[in-house]
Design a protein around this ligand. Structure first.
Ligand code: FMN
Length: 378
């Protein structure tokens, strides 16, 4: 597929998405925590990474594949977990799964997704990974992991960086709360975005379909249930328990601290996603480009290092590779694609990245993504 040249960049998709979707959905995806400095710092830190181009070399082709967990992915960019995905654009999660399968890139389904995990595994059998918010109750965790395994997910990603619910001011101001309810602002926003509203009506109100079955009864409110669902601080002992239960690739997401990387290695984890959750949890958190730069070389040699937070261009993907990442993810890019173009937007995003990664590799004189390393850094 060739991309639609009306939207040649992720930034163009974002501008268009802002017009097409209601404020509360746009802000839910775009927002960070507190003053949103951390979110901005993510972008600035990627810009700071300078690559010295090498010429006098033949760059007729550039190999963009990356091999991780015994699978050759076509591109080093994947789709990370986004909770409540279908709120941003109705049908988003199935469309993302389909696009990921077709284009052979990883798709990580959130615990708090709004499409049954079994359906996603069928739509993306070769590339689906499951993201786990570790349930407080061990029995719930065992049941959920059993379903994930039976459905055929290829990898398990355990998110560490939500020990406490984030206070995101935009969400509070928009009146976005659980259960999703039609406040005057939300009704008005839906009315002035009729395409979104019609599609949402057609798909039904988004719900936490994968975990609702563990809700204890009508007396427990949805907000309380979701807030209390996950462990408040995932312990090392719990990761060890998960390691014993899950024999496929096990990945920790949200790692930034040196000792956490070492503990992960010690426990026998297979990979990490260096991430600050896109600046949504801790405004003072280091930019993920900086955290990635600080990952000790011996860690990178012994486990698969991946990264997200603030990646918006193919150039950023190459920067991440130069700093040591074998795979990258971009959350908001994919949701801007959907917001701008509907479910077809997923393919547009993939094509933008494919084109930009290809051009960047050739421009810097590197014949393959796998070969890019720290020697290219200024
Ligand atoms: C709207 C939204 C919802 C998210 N939901 C989840 C989630 O359910 N689980 C999770 O591990 N990370 C979640 N994340 C974090 C993303 O997986 C990813 O780390 C982040 O989007 C990367 O930053 P970027 O959007 O700047 O690329 C969410 C991010 C956004 C923007």
């Amino acid at each position: 597929m060739k991309y639609d040249t009306r939207f040649p960049s992720i930034a163009d998709l974002k501008t268009r998405a802002k017009k097409r979707i209601p404020n509360f959905a746009f802000d839910y995806v775009d927002g960070g925590i507190d003053d949103e400095h951390g979110k901005r710092r993510n972008r600035e830190a990627w810009h700071e990474v300078e690559i010295v181009p090498r010429y006098l070399t033949d760059v007729t082709s550039a190999d963009k594949t990356t091999r991780i967990f015994n699978h050759d992915y076509a591109l080093p960019i994947g789709i990370p977990p986004i909770g409540l995905g279908n709120m941003m654009w109705p049908g988003a999660e199935m469309a993302l799964a389909g696009a990921a399968q077709k284009n052979n890139i990883p798709y990580i389904l959130s615990t708090f997704s709004t499409t049954p995990l079994e359906e996603i595994a069928k739509a993306a059998p070769d590339v689906c990974w499951f993201q786990l918010y570790v349930p407080q109750q061990v029995e719930v965790m065992k049941d959920l992991l059993g379903r994930v395994k039976n459905a055929g997910f290829n990898a398990l990603v355990v998110t560490l960086d939500i020990p406490v619910g984030a206070k995101r001011n935009r969400e509070l101001k928009n009146g976005l709360k659980l259960p999703f309810s039609f406040t005057p602002n939300i009704v008005w926003q839906s009315m002035i975005h009729p395409t979104w509203a019609m599609q949402t009506l057609a798909h039904g109100q988004p719900d936490f379909v994968n975990v609702l079955q563990y809700k204890e009864g009508p007396n427990e409110g949805l907000a309380t249930f979701i807030t209390n669902f996950a462990m408040h601080g995932v312990t090392r002992e719990r990761i060890e328990m998960i390691r014993d239960m899950w024999d496929g690739p096990l990945i920790l997401k949200g790692v930034q601290y040196d000792q956490d990387f070492r503990d992960a290695l010690d426990i026998g984890v297979d990979g990490v996603v260096v991430s600050n959750h896109g600046g949504r949890q801790l405004d003072a958190a280091p930019a993920s480009a900086d955290s990635l730069r600080n990952v000790a070389v011996e860690i990178g040699a012994r486990m698969t290092v991946m990264v997200d937070s603030g990646i918006r261009t193919g150039m950023d993907v190459i920067r991440a590779r130069a700093l040591g990442a074998e795979m990258t993810f971009s959350g908001r890019s994919f949701f801007w694609g959907m917001g701008a173009m509907g479910t077809g937007g997923a393919e547009q995003v993939i094509e933008i990245y494919r084109d930009e990664i290809d051009r960047t590799l050739k421009q810097v004189g590197c014949g393959s993504y796998a070969e890019m390393d720290r020697s290219w850094l200024k």
